[in-house]
Design a protein around this ligand. Structure first.
Ligand code: ZN
Length: 353
């Protein structure tokens, strides 16, 4: 089979590999559509997960099942499925403790294009098929389905980590595709006001449609100063961090009310330490909680999030701004993600409708 791979740091290309073997609990799938993620760019050009040789890229797709192991109960060849970017081992002790994403090691639930070949391939392997796949609802097209792999569950997990409640004033830092889904998630959870930090016009337009009411441009002064101005010096109840750097946390702590909560789903690619401002953190006693986490993955979550899209509560169609057709267009789609033209939110490649 052919796959599009990271050959080494900074180099990509097509390679030939054997089709993966299917264990008793596993499934082998072929992608129907695939989406490119900023993480793919981090992985290849920044070497963010370390050096990898001939590793097939990609962790966002929807697919058709082509083979299942003898113990798989709920999926069969020909089924169309949602595929989560995070595919935990559900019988692990970490999963039993409620942290499936860290099954068998920190962040080890992230397997595609990290610990094994990813989905930019004619065929790919899914562990624990009954626990990780979800049936693709017929109301969702293959392009929108790709947003359910990572963008929706990660953006929404930021909202869960921040514990957004009815009537909260929420600050969302970063409105790339993940941050946009955090805006949408905060809105669904009943936030009264959503202040979004971002500058790209295409993202600001989408954020408005997803429920953002106020916008902050970090080029016009510090985030915290602008938040204080917008909130008459009160600050916000919750912060979701979906962009920025290790220094973003200081702004988030300063913008937050005592008793508030920060949910971070940002992938911090560089920097050794995160600094917390002592005074604004209540000299250590401010009850300003900071939670950072990888989304949990798994079938139940995919089914629930899929039903939000299928039943019309969440419109992800604003996300795929660049849609290509056929495997030959994949290198171009990845290149576009790297170059990030002004009008880009997400590139998707459709393989079969
Ligand atoms: Zn992703």
């Amino acid at each position: 089979m052919k796959g599009y791979a990271m050959l080494k740091i900074g180099e990509v290309g097509w390679i030939e590999k054997d089709r993966p073997a299917c264990g008793p609990l596993d499934a082998i799938c072929k992608p129907l559509a695939i989406a490119i993620c900023t993480s793919d760019v981090h992985t290849v050009w920044e070497g963010a997960v370390g050096d990898r040789h001939d590793m097939i890229l990609g962790h966002e797709c929807c697919a058709e099942v082509v083979e299942v192991g003898e113990c798989v109960k709920d999926f069969k060849p020909g089924d169309r499925v949602l595929v989560p970017a995070i595919t935990p081992d559900w019988n692990s002790l970490e999963a039993q403790a409620g942290f499936s994403m860290h099954s068998h090691g920190m962040l080890a639930g992230w397997k595609f294009s990290n610990f094994k070949d990813g989905v930019f391939s004619e065929f790919f392997h899914v562990n624990d098929a009954d626990g990780n796949l979800a049936h693709l609802p017929k109301e969702i097209n293959v392009v929108d389905a790709c947003m359910l792999s990572d963008m929706v569950p990660t953006g929404f997990h930021g909202v869960e980590l921040a514990d957004v409640q009815f009537g909260d004033v929420v600050l969302v830092i970063g409105i790339g595709p993940v941050g946009l889904m955090s805006v949408a998630g905060a809105n669904l959870r009943g936030a009264a006001r959503i202040i979004a930090v971002g500058t790209r016009p295409v993202c600001i337009e989408a954020a408005k449609k997803y429920g953002a009411s106020d916008f902050i441009n970090y080029k016009n002064g510090t985030i915290e100063d602008q938040v204080m101005k917008l909130t008459d010096g009160k600050g916000v109840d919750k912060v979701v961090i979906a962009g920025g750097t290790v220094d973003t946390f200081a702004s988030a702590v300063r913008a937050l009310k005592p008793g508030g909560r920060i949910g971070s789903v940002n992938y911090l690619g560089s920097g050794d330490y995160i600094k917390i401002p002592r005074v604004e953190w209540g000299v250590g006693m401010g009850h300003k909680n900071i939670c950072g986490g990888l989304m949990p993955g798994g079938r139940l979550r995919m089914e629930k999030l899929g039903s939000l899209v299928a039943r019309g509560h969440l419109d992800v169609s604003l996300m795929a701004t660049h849609v290509f057709e056929g495997w030959d267009e994949l290198p171009k789609a990845l290149e576009i993600m790297k170059e990030k033209p002004k009008d880009l939110i997400k590139p998707v490649v459709v393989l079969e409708k």
